[in-house]
Design a protein. Structure first.
Length: 325
């Protein structure tokens, strides 16, 4: 979707961007949109919900900028937070729709943001879901929770956890121990999430009975992954070829969630990330969904949000150019 905002003059665009484009960066951090400025015109491009929310904030910013109150970083933050806050009634209805019923015992997590709830909703409605977002947004944690919910309700017969071992160059044979010992360091975040929902002894039992399988990406070729909930974590560190190989392993009765942060690619510079590449190839295919979480979905320590924002901030575009988040 695209929306265009006509301003009185080019200086009005400069005023909306703020000193050294600080307000523009706030919009970029809050909404998954591309902001294009040409002369006295601003254009917003992206998903309908993101563009409409950003458009509403920019409209309010414009009204403030010509009034007595003016704009400040605090004002823009308040406008963004107000636009991102879901209606109370709709929020409760959304949480009810994505509630996990199989975990029980008060252990079922609830989404903390609307985007997280949409992520869980997308998993229910699609066979393949890609979740892209920064650290601390619950990408892996929620995927593991939903996978365990499916397993305990008997909708699928197992969970398969996979993560690329980039640091070892996939040469797992050089590490000591059996296969499980070799991949443990790379799969620790997935184990940690599972430990939040079950005792260590129960998890060990699940692994022994193949209800939870640890599958290194290096060993996926030739497999058909069926009747399972599959999680591919840290997928930004898959090459294009590895991503293709992994996606084509999907069996008829399976769900696949692929998570990653495209700002933290650890591949050699000559290698393109499969997670970046796959967006242009598969977006729009029925049964495949892309969910994008942003800085506002971070649910770790409050400083994590500040740290992510600090690293994402970069010098703004030259006027007449474009900024794409």
């Amino acid at each position: 979707m695209q929306k265009t905002i006509k301003l009185p003059d080019q200086q009005s665009v400069v005023d909306l961007f703020g000193p050294r484009d600080i307000y523009l960066r706030q919009l970029r951090d809050a909404f998954d949109v591309k902001v294009i400025s040409r002369g006295d015109t601003m254009t917003l491009q992206g998903r309908r919900d993101e563009v409409e929310a950003c458009f509403a904030v920019v409209t309010q910013m414009q009204q403030r900028s010509v009034g007595r109150k003016g704009l400040s970083q605090k004002v823009v933050t308040a406008l963004v937070e107000s636009a991102c806050a879901p209606d109370a009634g709709q929020w409760e209805e959304l949480k009810e729709r994505v509630a996990l019923t199989g975990l029980g015992g008060g252990k079922a997590p609830e989404p903390r943001t609307e985007a997280q709830a949409r992520y869980m909703e997308a998993i229910a409605a699609n066979d393949i879901v890609f979740c892209i977002g920064p650290a601390g947004t619950g990408k892996t944690y929620l995927a593991v929770a939903v996978a365990l919910d499916y397993l305990k309700r008997g909708e699928l017969n197992g969970i398969i956890l996979c993560r690329p071992a980039v640091e070892a160059g996939e040469r797992l044979g050089y590490l000591p121990g059996d296969l499980r010992s070799k991949v443990n360091p790379y799969l620790r975040p997935l184990y940690d999430a599972l430990h939040d929902f079950m005792p260590r002894s129960t998890l060990e039992e699940y692994i022994e009975n193949d209800l939870v399988e640890i599958l290194p990406l290096a060993f996926v070729r030739g497999r058909t992954l069926d009747d399972a909930f599959i999680i591919l974590d840290e997928a930004q560190n898959c090459t294009v070829g590895q991503m293709k190989t992994f996606l084509t392993r999907l069996g008829k009765s399976a769900k696949l969630v692929v998570t990653g942060d495209i700002t933290q690619v650890d591949l050699p510079h000559e290698e393109q990330s499969g997670l970046i590449d796959v967006q242009g190839r598969l977006e729009g295919i029925d049964g495949v969904a892309f969910t994008r979480l942003t800085e506002r979905d971070i649910v770790r320590h409050r400083l994590v949000k500040e740290i992510v924002g600090a690293y994402q901030r970069e010098s703004g575009p030259e006027k007449g150019g474009a900024l794409e988040k």
